[in-house]
Design a protein around this ligand. Structure first.
Ligand code: SAM
Ligand code: SF4
Length: 324
């Protein structure tokens, strides 16, 4: 569907749970999120209904996210169902990777098209400090499993922090050296707990990475469905990408909407604007559901105001409740 500013909205992020087995300091509080009761979280059948209507309105790609999507039981069944919806071309997932190695075969069998693993550091003590869990070995095991298996395209997403050792950032980037893996650095966004963390801009990151990677040369390739832009480094098989929502605002090309685990369809990452789809779901009417989705898309703001700390209407949810 084309929104009122001419943007083609064809990408839906679906958060299947707000729970997580990690506690990244910029995303989730140490104590986790207050557990929602079973009834508050959308059932797979509801997610399917929403995605069917979204596909009729022009959604072509779905990203399964969380919280941590792999802690939701039988998420592979949802993937299989969504893949069968007419119009849906691609179902991908973003995960912290802790459980991925064990679930890889089931996810591939279900038809998952690609996976993104979030990995901020390769330093075990730093990983434990950032995520508050000692799980780096499992994440690395998963990344190796995906690479060795070779069937699932892999990206790695890293949210660097200001004080992070450049050699550590370069170690994450080095996954792109030997393997056809794209490593993307995401600027910390001032959403939820991220408001209190500084961010490294794309230019600062390039300055820190180049002593290790050599000159990063911009390439014009479109690799994926999002706003990342990419560079190549000599001797690297994969690309180094940047998602620079703060320093290089990309809202004029934004193609996405986001469904929270409790059924709210968000039209912008930063704002609460959107539609609660639960009344339409409860009505049993697919027509009302489609109308509610259209309404959320029609309300999509022109862009974020990350530069205003307390922008009117800004989101109260934390990132683990939105899904990134
Ligand atoms: N648990 C999964 C994971 O970590 O990939 C999926 C959900 S997580 C919220 C999705 C992505 O959002 C992760 O790559 C995470 O690093 C990123 N993220 C969380 N808070 C952020 C923030 N304030 N700014 C930028 N990215 C953030
Ligand atoms: Fe969990 Fe992902 Fe948030 Fe980390 S970034 S706490 S892994 S939801």
């Amino acid at each position: 569907m084309i929104d009122r500013l001419g943007r083609n909205i064809d990408y839906l992020r679906v958060s299947v749970t707000d729970r997580c087995d990690l506690r990244c300091i910029y995303c989730m509080p140490e104590e986790g999120v207050p557990p929602k009761c079973h009834d508050e979280i959308l059932r797979f059948a509801d997610i399917e209904r929403i995605c069917r209507q979204a596909a009729r309105l022009g959604i072509r790609k779905i990203k399964i996210t969380g919280g941590e999507p792999l802690v939701r039981r039988r998420v592979e069944e949802l993937i299989r169902t969504l893949k069968a919806i007419p119009g849906i071309e691609q179902v991908t997932m973003t995960t912290n990777g802790v459980l991925l190695a064990d679930k890889l075969q089931t996810l591939i069998d279900a038809g998952l098209d690609a996976v993104t693993v979030s990995l901020d550091t390769l330093d075990r003590s730093r990983f434990s400090r950032i995520t508050r869990r000692d799980e780096l070995a499992n994440v690395e095991r998963s990344i190796r499993a995906v690479m060795e298996d070779g069937r699932l395209p892999l990206k790695i997403n890293c949210v660097p922090m200001t004080e992070q050792d450049p050699a550590d950032l370069a170690a994450v980037a080095a996954f792109a050296k030997e393997h056809p893996v794209h490593v993307r650095f995401i600027e910390m966004m001032p959403i939820g707990l991220g408001k209190d963390c500084g961010f490294l801009s794309e230019e600062q990151l390039i300055e820190r990475l180049e002593p290790f990677t050599g000159i990063l040369v911009p390439v014009q390739e479109q690799l994926g469905n999002g706003p990342a832009h990419y560079y190549r480094a000599d001797g690297y098989t994969g690309r180094i990408g940047f998602i620079s929502a703060v320093s290089h605002k990309f809202c004029s090309g934004c193609n996405r909407i986001r469904l929270t685990a409790d059924g709210f369809l968000k039209s912008c990452l930063q704002f609460e604007t959107g539609e609660d789809l639960r009344p339409a779901l409860a009505s049993g009417s697919e027509e009302l559901l489609a109308e509610a989705i259209e309404k959320a898309i029609r309300k999509k703001p022109a862009g974020h105001h990350f530069d205003e700390r307390d922008a009117a209407g800004a989101e109260h949810r934390i990132m683990s409740q939105i899904g990134g």
